[in-house]
Design a protein around this ligand. Structure first.
Ligand code: GRF
Length: 215
């Protein structure tokens, strides 16, 4: 049976460990490209070594956010990508871009949204004193870090944690849940309906959705 979405593109800006987790997961369909807005993104070399087509669209080469987003969208469409996976892509996207890929644009954010949108989530979690932190995979909407949630994973915040230790604990969960979410969307078990995420009942990752590793 044909998958509802047959291929995907991954957008990165840096290290690309979530991109690696997605590619290593051997998702249904084909990764038709890894695109970075930063020429020096370390993840580009990793992808190229594995035979994945890469491209750089340097945002600094464009006069405006809108112009960059148009070029990015054209590159995604040229590759025929149906699903767009943001994996550490550090650019705020314009509303026009988000609308163009509505229902097939997904992001991973290192907090339990709606807590701590934006940057420096681990530092903020420590300052705030939350005892549980985590990550969220969500569909992207025009408002930053606030779209319908596909899956989340939680981790404990330990008394002696610094931001790096907490980030590492969260990142390990990111690498588990992002492929799980992408697989569900690609094979059609998870989709956006009336601004809400719907999982087929026999595919809902309920048991896995809240992963709380024992400290
Ligand atoms: C991840 O924590 C991701 O959630 C956030 O930026 C980080 C990117 O890491 N948006 P990587 O490039 O995937 O290693």
């Amino acid at each position: 049976m044909k998958n509802p979405m047959d291929n995907y593109v991954i957008l990165i800006s840096g290290r690309g460990s979530n991109m690696q987790a997605l590619i290593d997961a051997k998702l249904p369909g084909t990764c038709v490209g890894v695109i970075s807005n930063r020429p020096g993104a370390a993840g580009l070399a990793w992808a190229a070594e594995r035979g994945v087509s890469t491209a750089v669209i340097d945002h600094k080469a464009f006069p405006s956010r809108e112009a960059f987003d148009v070029a990015l969208a054209e590159e995604i469409d040229r590759r025929g990508a149906e699903l767009v996976l943001l994996a550490g892509f550090m650019r705020v996207l314009t509303e026009a871009f988000v609308q163009r890929f509505n229902g097939r644009l997904v992001n991973i954010h290192p907090s339990l949204l709606p807590a701590f949108p934006g940057l420096h989530t681990h530092e903020t979690a420590l300052k705030t004193g939350v005892r549980i932190h985590g990550c969220t995979v969500h569909f992207v909407t025009p408002a930053l870090d606030c779209g319908p949630i596909v899956v989340q994973a939680a981790v404990p915040v330990l008394p002696d944690d610094d931001a790096d230790q907490l980030a590492a604990r969260v990142l390990a969960q990111e690498h588990l849940v992002y492929p799980q979410a992408a697989r569900g969307i690609l094979n059609g078990h998870c989709r956006l309906v009336d601004h809400r995420v719907v999982w087929d009942s026999d595919a809902t990752p309920a048991g896995d959705a809240l992963r709380v590793p024992v400290a």
